[in-house]
Design a protein around this ligand. Structure first.
Ligand SMILES: Cc1ncc(COP(=O)(O)O)c(C=O)c1O
Length: 344
């Protein structure tokens, strides 16, 4: 049976050129900063993101958590969007590792409103309050269905943060998807951040890793936290080599994933399914109208070789990526259509 894996863009495998680059990578001990390939990846990443320095980390979660640990101390407060990955999907790591408490604000399709952020910032004059030490944004926003946060929206929050002297961390796991969808250089988004995390191993197809970028002093401190978390790797150039290809050759093709997602969404709408607006490579479909929970619907789909992810009791997420062709989209839609006939 043909299988079509739309669970996540994390399932992408390295390209042939990535595998060759891994085999040929020049390596050294990166804890001693002697791995030339890691050093090159970090230089390229810093340049692409318009930051002074960058750090290769094992995962998006590690990049986000190293950022929180670097910006905050025990008992500080962090403003986050209520559905953000850093709050929702990282195992409570902010509380467990950094000992911070979170102030959650409901966003508009994932975007924090500057006026809400301004109101939520704690005034240091009141001894009862924790101190607001960080504001986090996410772009694209996963639980908002791959929604793009515009430069203007990011600037609004960044300006408030600047006014109060508070750093802004961006979970940019899919920041290149946002830049491609907007048709802007990624720096038009990263400029409104103090630190930014970008995943190499999602749509960009590298097998492992993320980048954390910021100014030199921040990255020095982040390097220390990464080591404490067990993220100091040795001959990591074998993993960094495909990351270089991810950043230099794989960003523009994300437009194809966005096209596939739009085709998928159009097909679902033709089948009278309720679909959230699609902006990048994520399609959220509601299953309540067809009397199926997400989990039940996914089980039936999986029996036919089509895989997706449950996002809420009645919401299924389909994610397009490099291995999903136009024919796969058609096959997935035919499978859903046949299934709808069965359950109606
Ligand atoms: C928005 C967002 N942030 C962070 C992460 C975490 O990345 P990782 O799985 O590499 O830890 C993900 C992973 O799906 C994500 O979607």
């Amino acid at each position: 049976m043909k299988t079509i894996d739309l669970r996540s863009d994390t399932v992408t495998k390295p390209t042939d050129s990535m595998i060759r680059a891994m085999a040929e990578a020049e390596v050294g001990d990166d804890v001693y900063r002697e791995d030339p390939t890691v050093n090159r990846l970090e230089e390229i990443a810093a340049e692409r993101l318009g930051k002074e320095a960058a750090l290769f980390v094992t995962s998006g979660t590690q990049g986000n958590q190293v950022a929180v640990l670097t910006h905050c101390g025990n008992g500080d407060e962090v403003i986050v969007e209520a559905d953000s990955h850093i709050f929702y999907y990282e195992g409570g790591a902010m509380a467990a590792l950094a000992g911070v408490q979170t102030r959650t604000l409901a966003g508009v399709r994932g975007a924090l409103r500057p006026e809400d952020v301004e109101k939520a910032i704690r005034q240091a004059t009141n001894i009862h309050f924790p101190r607001t030490k960080l504001i986090c944004m996410e772009n694209t926003h996963n639980r908002a269905g791959g929604a793009v946060i515009s430069p203007a929206q990011m600037k609004g929050v960044y300006d408030v943060a600047q006014k109060h002297g508070i750093p802004v961390h961006l979970d940019g796991a899919r920041l290149f998807n946002a830049a491609v969808a907007l048709g802007v250089d990624v720096r038009e988004l990263s400029r409104y951040t103090t630190s930014v995390q970008v995943c190499l191993s999602k749509g960009l197809s590298a097998p492992v890793g993320s980048i954390l970028a910021g100014d030199k002093a921040f990255i020095e401190e982040a390097r220390w936290w990464r080591k404490k978390l067990g993220g100091g790797l040795r001959q990591a150039g074998y993993l960094a080599a495909p990351g270089i290809i991810a950043l230099t050759e794989m960003t523009e093709r994300l437009a194809e994933d966005h096209e596939r997602a739009e085709q998928l969404a159009e097909g679902f709408r033709r089948l009278s399914l309720e679909v959230e607006p699609v902006e990048t490579n994520i399609v959220l479909v509601k299953t309540d109208a067809i009397g199926q929970t997400a989990v039940d619907f996914l089980r039936l789909l999986a029996e036919q070789g089509v895989y997706a992810t449950d996002f809420d009791e009645y919401v299924v997420r389909f994610t397009t990526h490099r291995h999903i062709t136009e024919a796969d989209v058609k096959h997935a839609l035919d499978t859903v259509e046949a299934l709808l006939h069965r359950v109606s």
